[in-house]
Each structure stands twice: as C-alpha cells, then as structure tokens.
Design a protein around this ligand. Structure first.
Ligand code: S3P
Length: 170
C-alpha cells in the first residue's frame, strides 16, 4: 500500500474506533481518533460542544482537526460519522490515506447505539427513524468517498480487523 494512512469512515456505531484501535495494533501504526482529538483540544465533550456552541462550531473544529491529522504519517485514523459531508475533509484525508468505509445496516447500527447517549444528532423523539434517515442520506456519500468498502454487518471486531489487514497488506 503506497498511501501513508488508513482512514476509517462510516456511520455512527459502525465500529470505527474499536476497529481502528485494534487494527493499528495489528499493522503496527499509530491510532488517531478525530473525535477524541477534538475533545482533548477543546477540553469539552462532543455532546457539550453541540449543546453549548452548536453543530456549526463542532464542524469548524472538526475541519481544523482533520486538516492536522491528515498530515500524520503511518496512522490508522478513525473519523466522526459526519466527516465525509465536508469535501475539504475528504480531499485532505484522501491525499495521504486510503479510505475504508465500514458499511453496516440499520439494525446493526441500532443495536450498537440503542443504549448510547453520547450522539447529539440522535437525541430526538424517535432515534431509530433519525438514524434510518441520516443513514439513507449519507450512504451514497460514504460509498463515493471510499476507496474500499468493507461490510461489517454482523461481524465481530476481530473478523473486521482481519479482513482489513488482509486488504491493506495485500
Ligand atoms: C457525528 C458522528 C459522531 C460525532 C458527532 C457527529 C455525525 O462520531 O463526530 O456526534 O455527524 O455522524 P461517531 O461516528 O464516532 O459516532
């Protein structure tokens, strides 16, 4: 693989962080999580940032962080689910990394997120419907952005990591 980084994209709850952390260990690269970096830099959680400053503020911070992380070398990068909505993010990440979309179906995502309260975009009256609509709007963007699509539905983290390792080590 000629590109320096492995970039994981996909919807909330598809396993980007868990897969990324495990994968980085298996392929001996650094692990970077864009949401965690944004939280560290701001000294504030993402739910608090949405609540206090609004989504627009978060997206600005996210764009700045992606521009920085995209310059890293030999890293596995887990991104937030909305990173691909910004073309500037996509261009920066694809310049230095191979982009892998962890594609999960709605049931898989719902199962992973149903007890989770850390996703501000899902704090609605009907989180399942919100997820379904967001996923259906974003799927085409994830697919167009990706160099590689890995179906993660009903697979374990170990299986997914193994599959990606084989692809990148080709
Ligand atoms: C978001 C996904 C979240 C986080 C923020 C917005 C989105 O990251 O960046 O809540 O727009 O899909 P995860 O994909 O890690 O949940």
């Amino acid at each position: 693989m000629t590109k320096e980084n492995i970039v994981l994209v996909g919807f909330m709850g598809c396993g980007k962080t868990s897969v990324g952390r495990n994968l980085s260990y298996m392929v001996d690269r650094k692990f970077v999580d864009s949401d965690a970096e944004i939280e560290n830099e701001a000294g504030m959680s993402i739910p608090d940032m949405f609540l206090n400053e609004g989504e627009g503020y978060f997206r600005i911070k996210e764009r700045q962080m992606i521009a920085k992380i995209a310059t890293y070398k030999k890293s596995v990068i887990a991104t937030g689910g909305g990173v691909v909505l910004d073309q500037q993010n996509v261009e920066a990440l694809s310049e230095t990394g191979v982009i892998i979309y962890l594609k999960a179906d709605i049931e898989h995502i719902y199962n992973n997120l149903k007890l989770d309260t850390s996703r501000p975009l899902l704090k609605t009256e009907n989180p399942y419907e919100t997820m379904k609509n967001l996923l259906s709007n974003r799927t085409v963007i994830y697919e167009q952005t990706a160099d590689i699509i890995v179906d993660v539905t009903n697979k374990s983290i170990v299986e997914i990591v193994d599959e990606i390792k084989k692809i990148v080590e080709g």
